[in-house]
Design a protein around this ligand. Sequence first.
Ligand code: 5GP
Ligand code: MN
Length: 348
Amino acid sequence: MEALNRSDIESFDRNMAEARCITAVVHTHPDGDAIGSGTALLGYLSAHGKDAVLILPDRYPAALEFLIGGEMEKRVIVAEDSMAEAERRLRSSDLIICLDFNSFSRAGDLEECLSSVQSGKILIDHHLNPDRKCFSLCFTETETSSTAELLYHILMEMPDIRHDAGRLPAITATALMTGMTTDTNNFANSVFPTTLAMASSLLGAGVDRDFILDNIFNSYKESRIRLMGYLLDRCLHITDDGVAYMILEKNAISKFGIQDGDTEGFVNIPLAIGRVRMSIFLKQDKDRFRVSVRSKKGTSANLCAAEFFNGGGHELASGGKLMIPDDVADAAEAAAYIERVTRIFFNR
Ligand code: 5GP
Ligand code: MN
């Protein structure tokens, strides 16, 4: 990643020092990086005596509860459950820090409120195409594993931390390691020299990686593994262009008792097949499918998600949505849609 700009760092430090009431916000369906960077910043700000709150547009997966429990829980607002409280909080904040998303549209129903409030707004993010005009200060870097890693490098520059991870609050160090670990899929992708340096100093500072791994990878319900078997056996299709896709419909979600987060990582599995160039996973959710797209080097998941699935993200890992009935007349047509648009995508 590029070296951080000194005057940006100074203005970040000054903005935090001058603000009393600071609110961090992350994207909808928050993942390990969103919750990791959000709680890391919350821990840091709280240790500095700030009135700090983290707003999540909607609920977080059970696997990440270990970062939000205890004292932290009182400082987290789930907007889906308490929209009025979330909006009141945003309107009374001196400073808003947006983490792990590149435009307010990724904050779901908070979009309008975020756009209209007049406080200072800072972006810390690693996605393509950041909406810079909406922020008074931007830290954006795509050549980094995660927002957690970017936040780590920023915090290392703070005058009280002075490049010593041992000076970070313990919850901040654990949360940063968690965000990086989930976004790299446990060091399988987007690992840079700076990522390993970060992991090394956090381990040196006493972060318990085994505890983190147990929570994020070894605490699932049995139903997740059984659903995985069902999907791979019954629902995996591979097109002639090497596009693997699986569609998880409403009836299977209720049959297996699946909740948010239980299907995390499923989209990656078909990439293990040699001839697969891109993997698409659809999960039905009310009037839409939520879409995950992953690709191997040389194929842009981001372009495919942006053109055909109302989304975007990273070059090799993106997401979006497929609307019913705007994009497909009904759920049963989703497979034909994927076949059709990926044929266009790979053959022009
Ligand atoms: P996932 O497949 O894990 O839900 O998302 C993968 C990546 O795509 C993440 O970086 C996420 O931020 C991005 N992403 C997921 N859904 C959307 C969406 O609806 N719109 C955009 N622009 N990006 C998305
Ligand atoms: Mn991320």
